[in-house]
Design a protein. Structure first.
Length: 233
Protein backbone atom coordinates (compact mmCIF):
# COMPACT_ATOMS: atom_id res chain seq x y z
CA UNK A 1 0.00 0.00 0.00
CA UNK A 2 1.20 3.51 -0.80
CA UNK A 3 1.28 6.03 2.01
CA UNK A 4 1.64 8.84 -0.52
CA UNK A 5 0.76 9.08 -4.21
CA UNK A 6 1.60 12.18 -6.22
CA UNK A 7 0.48 12.36 -9.85
CA UNK A 8 1.21 15.10 -12.41
CA UNK A 9 1.74 17.74 -9.72
CA UNK A 10 2.62 21.17 -11.10
CA UNK A 11 3.04 24.53 -9.38
CA UNK A 12 3.17 27.91 -11.11
CA UNK A 13 3.78 31.14 -9.21
CA UNK A 14 3.43 34.52 -10.95
CA UNK A 15 3.71 32.78 -14.30
CA UNK A 16 6.89 30.89 -13.34
CA UNK A 17 6.84 27.10 -13.48
CA UNK A 18 8.23 25.95 -10.13
CA UNK A 19 7.32 22.27 -10.49
CA UNK A 20 6.35 20.43 -13.65
CA UNK A 21 4.34 17.19 -13.80
CA UNK A 22 5.86 15.49 -10.75
CA UNK A 23 4.69 11.91 -10.15
CA UNK A 24 5.90 9.39 -7.57
CA UNK A 25 4.69 7.00 -4.87
CA UNK A 26 5.99 6.40 -1.35
CA UNK A 27 5.38 2.93 0.06
CA UNK A 28 3.86 2.69 3.53
CA UNK A 29 6.49 2.22 6.22
CA UNK A 30 9.41 3.37 4.06
CA UNK A 31 11.83 6.30 4.11
CA UNK A 32 11.84 8.52 1.02
CA UNK A 33 14.32 11.36 0.58
CA UNK A 34 13.93 14.35 -1.72
CA UNK A 35 17.20 15.82 -2.96
CA UNK A 36 18.10 18.59 -5.39
CA UNK A 37 19.91 21.91 -5.63
CA UNK A 38 18.71 25.11 -3.99
CA UNK A 39 15.70 26.48 -5.84
CA UNK A 40 14.75 23.10 -7.28
CA UNK A 41 11.29 23.17 -5.67
CA UNK A 42 11.76 20.77 -2.74
CA UNK A 43 9.97 22.84 -0.09
CA UNK A 44 7.37 23.90 -2.65
CA UNK A 45 6.68 20.20 -3.24
CA UNK A 46 6.17 19.67 0.49
CA UNK A 47 3.84 22.64 0.76
CA UNK A 48 1.85 21.41 -2.22
CA UNK A 49 1.49 17.90 -0.82
CA UNK A 50 0.26 19.36 2.48
CA UNK A 51 -2.26 21.52 0.58
CA UNK A 52 -0.67 24.76 1.78
CA UNK A 53 -0.33 26.29 -1.70
CA UNK A 54 -2.31 25.90 -4.95
CA UNK A 55 -1.24 23.22 -7.42
CA UNK A 56 -2.58 21.15 -10.26
CA UNK A 57 -2.52 17.38 -10.31
CA UNK A 58 -3.42 14.83 -7.66
CA UNK A 59 -2.12 14.10 -4.14
CA UNK A 60 -3.40 11.21 -2.03
CA UNK A 61 -2.26 10.26 1.46
CA UNK A 62 -3.30 6.72 2.35
CA UNK A 63 -5.48 6.80 -0.75
CA UNK A 64 -7.49 9.80 0.44
CA UNK A 65 -7.35 13.57 -0.14
CA UNK A 66 -4.97 15.36 2.21
CA UNK A 67 -7.82 17.26 3.87
CA UNK A 68 -9.20 13.91 5.09
CA UNK A 69 -5.90 12.60 6.47
CA UNK A 70 -4.33 15.56 8.27
CA UNK A 71 -4.81 13.82 11.62
CA UNK A 72 -2.37 11.14 10.39
CA UNK A 73 0.28 13.63 9.25
CA UNK A 74 3.22 15.09 11.18
CA UNK A 75 5.35 17.96 9.88
CA UNK A 76 8.70 19.37 11.04
CA UNK A 77 9.72 22.63 9.30
CA UNK A 78 13.24 23.48 8.23
CA UNK A 79 13.48 26.12 10.90
CA UNK A 80 11.27 27.73 13.51
CA UNK A 81 11.52 31.47 13.93
CA UNK A 82 10.74 32.66 17.45
CA UNK A 83 11.84 35.12 20.08
CA UNK A 84 14.61 33.29 21.94
CA UNK A 85 13.98 35.49 25.00
CA UNK A 86 10.45 34.11 25.28
CA UNK A 87 10.19 32.49 28.76
CA UNK A 88 8.65 29.19 27.67
CA UNK A 89 9.98 25.78 28.67
CA UNK A 90 10.15 22.70 26.48
CA UNK A 91 7.39 21.16 28.61
CA UNK A 92 5.13 24.17 28.02
CA UNK A 93 5.94 24.20 24.32
CA UNK A 94 5.08 20.52 23.93
CA UNK A 95 1.86 21.02 25.88
CA UNK A 96 0.63 22.98 22.87
CA UNK A 97 0.87 19.76 20.81
CA UNK A 98 -0.94 17.33 23.09
CA UNK A 99 -3.76 17.19 25.58
CA UNK A 100 -2.19 14.20 27.32
CA UNK A 101 0.39 15.28 29.90
CA UNK A 102 1.71 11.72 30.08
CA UNK A 103 3.09 12.09 26.54
CA UNK A 104 5.63 14.62 27.76
CA UNK A 105 7.08 12.36 30.45
CA UNK A 106 6.59 9.13 28.58
CA UNK A 107 7.86 7.14 25.65
CA UNK A 108 7.97 9.88 23.01
CA UNK A 109 10.34 12.16 24.93
CA UNK A 110 12.57 9.22 25.81
CA UNK A 111 12.67 8.04 22.21
CA UNK A 112 13.62 11.52 21.00
CA UNK A 113 16.01 11.88 23.96
CA UNK A 114 14.65 15.12 25.31
CA UNK A 115 13.36 13.88 28.68
CA UNK A 116 16.13 15.81 30.44
CA UNK A 117 15.28 19.01 28.55
CA UNK A 118 11.63 19.39 29.58
CA UNK A 119 12.23 22.13 32.14
CA UNK A 120 14.79 23.98 30.04
CA UNK A 121 13.86 27.20 28.26
CA UNK A 122 13.35 26.68 24.52
CA UNK A 123 15.58 29.68 23.79
CA UNK A 124 18.49 27.94 25.53
CA UNK A 125 18.44 24.85 23.31
CA UNK A 126 21.14 24.02 20.81
CA UNK A 127 20.18 23.52 17.16
CA UNK A 128 20.12 19.76 17.50
CA UNK A 129 18.11 19.88 20.72
CA UNK A 130 15.55 22.22 19.19
CA UNK A 131 15.12 19.94 16.17
CA UNK A 132 14.48 16.96 18.46
CA UNK A 133 11.89 19.00 20.36
CA UNK A 134 10.17 19.91 17.08
CA UNK A 135 10.17 16.24 16.07
CA UNK A 136 8.73 15.31 19.47
CA UNK A 137 5.96 17.91 18.99
CA UNK A 138 5.11 16.34 15.62
CA UNK A 139 5.15 12.84 17.14
CA UNK A 140 2.68 13.87 19.85
CA UNK A 141 0.02 13.48 17.14
CA UNK A 142 1.18 9.89 16.65
CA UNK A 143 1.38 10.40 12.87
CA UNK A 144 1.45 7.59 10.35
CA UNK A 145 3.47 9.73 7.94
CA UNK A 146 6.08 12.30 8.94
CA UNK A 147 7.33 15.14 6.72
CA UNK A 148 10.80 16.46 7.60
CA UNK A 149 12.02 19.60 5.81
CA UNK A 150 15.81 19.68 6.26
CA UNK A 151 15.35 18.61 9.87
CA UNK A 152 19.04 17.77 10.31
CA UNK A 153 20.41 20.99 8.78
CA UNK A 154 22.74 23.07 10.92
CA UNK A 155 23.18 20.58 13.77
CA UNK A 156 26.45 19.13 15.03
CA UNK A 157 27.84 15.64 14.44
CA UNK A 158 26.33 14.17 17.60
CA UNK A 159 22.96 15.74 16.83
CA UNK A 160 23.11 14.32 13.32
CA UNK A 161 23.89 10.83 14.66
CA UNK A 162 20.95 10.98 17.06
CA UNK A 163 18.71 12.19 14.23
CA UNK A 164 19.69 9.23 12.04
CA UNK A 165 19.06 6.79 14.88
CA UNK A 166 15.65 8.34 15.53
CA UNK A 167 14.57 8.10 11.88
CA UNK A 168 15.64 4.47 11.77
CA UNK A 169 13.77 3.78 15.03
CA UNK A 170 10.54 5.39 13.83
CA UNK A 171 10.58 3.28 10.68
CA UNK A 172 11.54 -0.04 12.23
CA UNK A 173 9.72 0.13 15.57
CA UNK A 174 6.64 2.17 14.66
CA UNK A 175 6.26 1.60 10.94
CA UNK A 176 6.15 5.38 10.39
CA UNK A 177 6.43 6.49 6.78
CA UNK A 178 8.97 9.28 6.45
CA UNK A 179 9.37 11.79 3.62
CA UNK A 180 12.40 13.99 4.15
CA UNK A 181 14.16 16.79 2.31
CA UNK A 182 17.92 16.59 2.66
CA UNK A 183 21.16 17.93 1.20
CA UNK A 184 23.16 15.18 2.92
CA UNK A 185 23.71 12.71 0.10
CA UNK A 186 25.87 10.40 2.22
CA UNK A 187 23.15 10.11 4.86
CA UNK A 188 20.43 9.63 2.23
CA UNK A 189 22.40 6.80 0.62
CA UNK A 190 22.40 4.91 3.92
CA UNK A 191 18.91 5.38 5.32
CA UNK A 192 16.55 6.06 2.40
CA UNK A 193 14.59 3.32 0.66
CA UNK A 194 13.67 5.68 -2.17
CA UNK A 195 15.37 8.82 -3.47
CA UNK A 196 13.38 11.46 -5.36
CA UNK A 197 15.75 13.64 -7.39
CA UNK A 198 14.16 17.00 -8.11
CA UNK A 199 15.12 20.01 -10.18
CA UNK A 200 11.74 21.52 -11.03
CA UNK A 201 11.20 18.35 -13.05
CA UNK A 202 11.50 14.82 -11.68
CA UNK A 203 15.04 13.84 -12.67
CA UNK A 204 15.07 10.39 -11.08
CA UNK A 205 13.02 8.32 -8.65
CA UNK A 206 14.25 5.01 -7.28
CA UNK A 207 16.44 3.20 -4.73
CA UNK A 208 19.78 4.83 -3.80
CA UNK A 209 21.87 2.57 -6.02
CA UNK A 210 20.02 3.77 -9.14
CA UNK A 211 19.21 7.35 -8.07
CA UNK A 212 22.57 8.41 -6.66
CA UNK A 213 24.74 7.69 -9.68
CA UNK A 214 27.40 10.01 -11.07
CA UNK A 215 25.20 10.76 -14.08
CA UNK A 216 22.18 11.73 -11.98
CA UNK A 217 24.29 13.85 -9.60
CA UNK A 218 25.78 15.74 -12.53
CA UNK A 219 22.31 16.27 -13.97
CA UNK A 220 21.17 17.70 -10.65
CA UNK A 221 24.18 19.67 -9.49
CA UNK A 222 26.36 20.15 -12.58
CA UNK A 223 29.42 18.44 -14.02
CA UNK A 224 31.77 19.69 -11.29
CA UNK A 225 29.92 17.84 -8.52
CA UNK A 226 32.07 15.43 -6.52
CA UNK A 227 30.68 11.92 -6.47
CA UNK A 228 31.79 9.10 -4.22
CA UNK A 229 30.52 5.54 -4.78
CA UNK A 230 28.44 4.32 -1.86
CA UNK A 231 26.83 1.24 -0.47
CA UNK A 232 23.22 1.20 0.68
CA UNK A 233 23.14 -0.38 4.14
Amino acid sequence: MNALSVKDLSVSIDGNNILRNISFDVTKGSIAAIIGPNGSGKTTLFRSILDLIPYTGSVKIFNKPVTQTLDRVGYVPQRMEFDRTLPITVREFLALSTKNAKDMDGKICKEVRIELLLDKLVGQLSGGQLQRVLIAAALMKKPDILFLDEASAGIDIEGTRLFHELIDHLKNEHGTTILMISHEIEMVSHIADTVICLNRDLVCNGPPHTALTKEVMEQLYGEKVKHRPHEHL
